[in-house]
Design a protein around this ligand. Sequence first.
Ligand code: PMP
Length: 435
Amino acid sequence: MTHILHRTIHTKMPVAVGGKGIELIDAEGKTYIDASGGAAVSCLGHGHPEVLAVLHEQLDRLAYAHTSFFTTEVTEKLADRLVADAPEGLNHVYFLTGGSEAVEAALKMARQYFVEKGEPQRRHIIARRQSYHGNTLGALATGGNEWRRAQFRPLLVETHHIDPCFAYRFQETGESDEAYAARAADQLEQKILELGPDQVMAFVAETVVGATAGAVPAVADYFKRIRAICDKYGVLLILDEVMCGMGRTGTLHACEQEGVVPDLMTIAKGLGGGYQPIGAVLLHDRIFDAFAQGSGFFHHGHTYTGHPMAAAAGLAVQEVIHRHNLLSNVVDMGDYFESRLIERFGNHHNVGDIRGRGLFRALEFVGDRTSKAPFEPALKLNARVKKEAMARGLMVYPMGGTVDGRAGDHVLLAPPFIVNKQDVDAIVDRLGEAV
Ligand code: PMP
């Protein structure tokens, strides 16, 4: 029936023909609650009338203008809005069409920053093993999941990976948060010293780890320690908030909850809520100033950077979130979601951890709740739960795989910010049946 090369070649997908509110509809007329927001994208659900009105208007006005010739009103407006709402110092925006492109651009900005500053030898990137930063070659090299990287070696960018991202903390007992954060930060410092402090360009991390590890927030003070180490050695901090950002965890940017400001931050997914493909890098003044005082140029560019339709989607989505005070709904419904998940799955034999923030949650499956021992790889639950959930009209995002010899097995839950208690109840009920 199809000539499209799908990610999973042997799996037949239902054909999605429509969407309204928190539901998608397939060609047979069956509806599915979008409890994953696709892949943490659809923050306003589907067919939101206020977003559609803005998009129709922009399409009538102007669909495309190349940035070699023009800037556009709508792109400027979105940039203003993003800067107004950004942590202090992140006063500049570069637009892209998605998350991987944003990560690529951020890596190149870091590189150019040091070239402009006369430190071209700084080129090492340090990232974490349990991470995903995208599928283009630079982003792939930065992510730590060996299963994704292995067949593409040698990778074009050499990256150095450290632990941990706290994904397996639920299996580890006895160490205080403080000691854990100190040990994790020490790994970064040791790696910088090993590579040579004047050789390291950037440390890249997801503020709350998304797909690879399953909605894992850092322990308290970890990012403050990381920021201090980066400052001590002049290493740039790049936070990847492609998945966890733009309100998903209850604040616009997840790093607000960590009390740190990165030098570069990537955003995408929820920025345009799926209404158009869009991503962006937010740059700190110190990066922008180095370019402005140096070559006066950013050595990068894409045909669709600053696309007016994408900007219109981003602006409309962000304005709806503001107008309807949806971040407070993310906090309230996030709390309710957490309590319902604990009530339903807290004693389940095969659920080892229930975690996350806001409307960014995950269930981690194990072979035994008490010992937290993982399933045998052959018995992975996430894919089976996804299949059972789809049969019951529910979308959950299955992830896992073996990272560094440790098995992750979880489903990610990232429903639209417009959910109410009845919606959350329906999600938990269907998920309960599927599990
Ligand atoms: N970074 C993170 C943290 C992501 O979760 C993703 C997508 N899952 C990406 C980057 C890549 O984004 P995209 O798929 O839009 O290229």
